[in-house]
Ligand binder design. Structure first.
Ligand code: MF3
Ligand code: CO
Ligand code: CO
Length: 287
């Protein structure tokens, strides 16, 4: 059902909202149209970094649990259930649930969907690509991470895109150092992606994360010198490059969330939350 005659994804049926036990602390934006807590800064004390490490650990392990459920025939809604149950059973809140009206606990972005795909009754097929993005909120801190999986057996072109997107994130992470401007991250990512002729999405970026889901700090994934914030020890943000086999223009579906490549080219993404240390980046969402 949720694919058209050319095999392109179309919106499916979204299941009722999953409950979160009342004992679990919710971010301030839940139940409001948008967050009011922004501009809380991007620098964290060692104790605060430990808290972000805990929420990041849950988010990363939830993706691993979802990954074990990925196979041809499973729906993206079932993957949302696995991710939701993992986060909630570890005492955390799934940050996307109720964020600016987003209805689910996981983003499931299949094939030409760049990001923010909503779990629904879409059935995964052999050779599909799927990105799983989960953010967990615990003790006042968000940890945000995503990975792309190949469903069953992928073509070499698809397998290469996924692996090189993961390596592009690695390049970005290696460019992190205190005293450098954040634009070094995007320069490293774009330079690597261009070797393969991949499109590098510009409209969605990395971001400060911790006290706020999206702090206001922007980390571009392409060469953009105007983003000149200087990295400091104790700064926490995500890097989350999206690469495509075609163009970088995006369309947003009528659900106001799903972002897809205009040319329907396949796309992959990987994301880590990290803290800047004297020696470079320390990744908090390892797997
Ligand atoms: N986790 C995504 C990010 O990496 C944001 C998802 S917001 C949602 O920034 F509302 F779409 F879930
Ligand atoms: Co993010
Ligand atoms: Co994310």
């Amino acid at each position: 059902m949720p694919r058209d005659s050319r095999g392109h994804l179309t919106p499916g049926r979204i299941s009722p909202q999953r409950p979160v036990p009342p004992s679990i602390d919710r971010p301030e934006y839940v139940g409001h149209a948008e967050p009011h807590e922004t501009g809380l800064g991007d620098l964290y004390s060692p104790d605060e970094i430990e808290a972000i490490r805990r929420s990041s650990r849950i988010a990363a392990d939830a993706i691993t649990a979802v990954g074990e459920a990925i196979r041809p025939g499973v729906t993206t809604d079932e993957l949302d259930r696995v991710g939701h149950d993992y986060v909630v059973s570890h005492g955390a809140y799934p940050s996307t649930l109720g964020y600016r009206g987003y209805p689910k606990s996981v983003c499931t972005s299949v094939n030409e969907v760049i990001c923010h795909g909503i779990p629904d009754d879409t059935v995964l097929e052999d050779g599909d690509l799927i990105n799983i993005d989960i953010t967990a909120y615990l003790d006042g801190m968000h940890g945000d991470t995503n990975r792309t999986f190949v469903v069953g057996e992928g073509t070499p072109e698809v397998v290469d895109l996924v692996e090189r997107t993961r390596l592009a994130l690695e390049r970005g992470i290696k460019a992190v150092a205190p005293g450098r401007e954040v634009n070094v991250v995007g320069r490293a990512i774009e330079m690597y992606a261009k070797r393969f002729g991949y499109g590098v999405v510009r409209d969605y970026t990395g971001h400060g994360v911790g006290r706020a889901f999206h702090s206001g700090l922007i980390i571009p994934h392409y060469d953009a010198p105007q983003f000149d914030d200087v990295m400091e020890v104790g700064m926490v943000f995500t890097i989350e490059p999206m690469l495509t086999l075609g163009g970088i223009d995006a369309d947003i579906w009528g659900d106001d969330w799903t972002v897809a490549t205009r040319d329907h080219s396949l796309t992959a993404q990987f994301e880590h939350t990290l803290v800047v240390t004297e020696r470079g980046a320390e990744v908090l969402t390892t797997y």
